[in-house]
Write a protein of this length. Sequence first.
Length: 296
Amino acid sequence: MASLKEVRNRIVSVSSTQQITKAMKMVAAAKLRRAQDNIMRMRPYAQRLNNILENLSGVQSEEGTNAYAQKRDVQRVLIIAVTSDRGLCGAFNSNVQKAVNQLIAERYAQQAAAGNVSIMAIGKKGHEYFAKRGYTMAGDFTTVFGNLSFDTVRVAAELAMEGFRTGAYDQVDLVYNEFKNVATQIIRTEQFLPIQENQEEQNASQAESDYIFEPSKQEILEQLIPKSLKIQVYKAVLESNASEHGARMTAMDKATDNAGELLKQLKLTYNRTRQAAITTEILEIVGGAEALAAGK
């Protein structure tokens, strides 16, 4: 049985940990409100932009195919993995890492064996994880969440777009956590490039919409498509940011509750140990007194 001093030290240690987790939960809750507001404002804009592109009869035009819609044999792959800069957020980062590993194993095993799978990790945890495993890292975006804005994320999106346009990558995929609520984050794996066409939606939108293009459709597409792609990455990062704070808030709430349960057990153990020690002392005193009395 542990001594009273050991149990007392554990109680102090767990109490300090509980105070830390409670404070981290409150900080995460405050950050979550701002992050949730940001993603809720971004979603309608991103959806509206996608609807406009769908109403433009896809990426095909009389002048040719847009550079970001060219389909090629997939030899070189880039995966954009959005994680966080810090831990203590449950399985938030490990879920992205598992999803990327599963994507490579199921779809890009041949390219990975040839060393043609590159990772663009937005977030320090993802960058460290994939760099240690020998993947080619595209850029360094470990400080994005320290100053999260469209301009910081745009650099990552432009690097991926330029790599696809120049032929450095034949396909670009995006893996991130989508924010649903505080307790639920959904892993999303999406094809970023080449742009996918939804023929059914195109036909429906063409039947419902009649546009006059000024300037030409091709010029509009050449400006809207890059902007839409950058918005897509920015939205994924905002989703991940809100998901991170939700996951950390949930993890710290559970850690605080677990610390409380552990404190109850430790205090019960402490009281039992103290009672046993007092009983032992009483028995020793009584035994000593009886021995003295017998000696007389």
